[in-house]
Design a protein around this ligand. Sequence first.
Ligand SMILES: NC(=O)c1ccc[n+]([C@@H]2O[C@H](COP(=O)([O-])OP(=O)(O)OC[C@H]3O[C@@H](n4cnc5c(N)ncnc54)[C@H](OP(=O)(O)O)[C@@H]3O)[C@@H](O)[C@H]2O)c1
Length: 326
Amino acid sequence: MAQNTQLLTLNNGHKMPMIGLGTLQASDEALEAALEAGYRHIDTAPRYGNEKAIGQVLKRWLDSGKVKREELFIVTKLPLTANAPSDVLPIIKKSLADLQLDYVDMFLIHMPFTLMANEDGSIKKDEQGLMIPDLRTNHAATWVEMEKLVAKGLAKSIGVSNFDQEQVGRLLKTAKIRPATNQIEHHVYLQQRELVDFCKAEGIAITAYAPLGSRGLAKFTASLGLPRELPDLMDVPEVTEIAAAHRKTAAQVLLRWIVDNGIIAIPKSANPERLRQNLDIFDFKLTDEEIAKLVKLDENFRIFDCAWIHGAESHPEFRFKNKFTN
Ligand SMILES: NC(=O)c1ccc[n+]([C@@H]2O[C@H](COP(=O)([O-])OP(=O)(O)OC[C@H]3O[C@@H](n4cnc5c(N)ncnc54)[C@H](OP(=O)(O)O)[C@@H]3O)[C@@H](O)[C@H]2O)c1
């Protein structure tokens, strides 16, 4: 099946599909439906607890010849409980075993901060139930081990996630291989223009997570006893008006706006129709006036403020500032 999206050429020459499938809170049926719809870029992480399930689906598709390995773009991440230099090789080997792959296309440092872990990898808590920052975080030293993965052929590209401008700049001072992407929260309400412009100027592609505003997050935080009012980006009048004018959906407008900015988006959906919709964004064009309206929506509103990671905020590399919550 043909690749169903535009490709962005990364700073190392590899090509990354500009729409990928987010798999946080996703089912394996969703992955099957996504591959059928034409998705070839899959974003996962050990913390999403689905690498084994994804691996089983990928193996079926690869074994049946429905897809070739080189057509896929698989992203996974180094978890925030295991991002010391000595963790890098064992963690990617475990992910590769679970995904049943010989290499990933992109391996990211998931978070710039580190939390202490129990022996089973779960997050360790103190007597008050607070997570415990691990202050030994050293991005430059971890990056050296990330670079070795490229030399070993275990990751085609390496990158970071949730790094702010200062953290990216600091890493660039010692990196031999520049990060290929910085995966950050990015949508109309949190545009992070300075960080985006800085990364682009340094040749680092931006990958937008929560591009549709992550409706599922409110359910997740409520389940933790942290109810939070989150805006519904697909119900913002400016967005729905633009969608109506083009006979497209609000999700399609939000995604087209991101991709037109040269940014990769990884929307998650478990619904076959919405999966197809999220890929079908190239048959209309936003006008300059519409783009200006969307740009004006920026509220610096961070949905993933990590408020549920109690204790992490005292880590010096924790940078999840939200003008509404911090
Ligand atoms: N690096 C990081 O720290 C980080 C953090 C968060 C997320 N991520 C990655 O980014 C991915 C995307 O973020 P996200 O899953 O939080 O949020 P998202 O993609 O912004 O939103 C997903 C939500 O939107 C709904 N949806 C999807 N397409 C739709 C459409 N066309 N119309 C209406 N509703 C639609 C989905 O519901 P249905 O499933 O019912 O369609 C789901 O509730 C994640 O899955 C994960 O891979 C990375």
